[in-house]
Design a protein around this ligand. Structure first.
Ligand code: DC
Length: 228
């Protein structure tokens, strides 16, 4: 006999860059004993591979072929060095490479290509449909898993998201320019939400959580309450 599941099995969290999706998604997955899957790392992995091979980022056909052929694996974090998961491409651990400035600067145009999206969406859907998963991205509730049991859209103003990113860098001992970060956040928002294929937007049945006035703990409590 099948027992009814206590919690939603497939949870989609979407939202703009630096809205806290990964932090909240990972905490939620850990609390529920679910797989955490950050789909942005797949777009980052394809972008890194293209740069590594010296491909022209504007070459949509070459980028599509790369997304179709690359063996991208996302696995639970094997080290406690701040990573939320391991990212492997053709067997090589490129977790930190996918966070480089160069990847940051090129990933939005790459993720706008229809062929790239369809190759990666298919892989993401296959993993998501196994259930007991918290999947994080831009189009999970709208395109990848439209039948997800719970859809959350995590939002915050560009200024607040830039401020959080700025502080993250300072805490790690790095140097940062707030105005430059804000400009980049806005630029990525613009590309992600105006592209033709699977643009960033809340699904009609998503619950929007506005995190501007909330701490990370408060956002987590709100999201956990929605799950329960
Ligand atoms: O969440 P992130 O910053 O790691 O995402 C990197 C890029 O990938 C970002 O420009 C948007 C894109 N992306 C997407 O288009 N669809 C997803 N499901 C996840 C990320």
């Amino acid at each position: 006999m099948n027992m009814p599941s206590q919690h939603p099995s497939i949870i989609a969290i979407d939202g703009p860059a630096a809205s806290g999706k990964s932090t909240i998604g990972l905490r939620l997955a850990n609390a529920l004993g679910y797989l955490f899957f950050d789909t942005g790392v797949m777009y980052r992995a394809v972008t890194w591979l293209a740069l590594e091979r010296g491909l022209d980022i504007r070459d949509e056909a070459a980028l599509t072929a790369l997304a179709e052929e690359a063996q991208i694996d996302v696995a639970p974090a094997s080290r406690s060095d701040g990573r939320t998961c391991d990212v492997l491409v053709n067997g090589q651990d490129i977790t930190w490479e996918t966070r480089s400035r160069n990847v940051d600067a090129n990933v939005s145009p790459v993720s706008a290509y229809r062929g790239v999206r369809s190759a990666l969406t298919e892989q993401q859907r296959r993993i998501g449909l196994r259930g007991d998963v918290v999947m994080v991205g831009r189009d999970i509730g709208t395109v990848v898993l439209p039948d997800a049991d719970l859809k959350i859209y995590l939002d915050a103003t560009p200024e607040e998201r830039a401020r959080r990113r700025y502080e993250e860098i300072l805490v790690r001992g790095g140097e940062a320019d707030y105005d430059e970060i804000l400009r980049k956040v806005r630029e990525r928002d613009r590309i992600d939400s105006t592209r033709d294929v699977a643009p960033l937007k809340a699904a009609q049945d998503a619950i929007v959580v506005d995190s501007d006035q909330l701490t990370a703990d408060e956002v987590f409590e709100q999201v956990l309450a929605l799950v329960k």
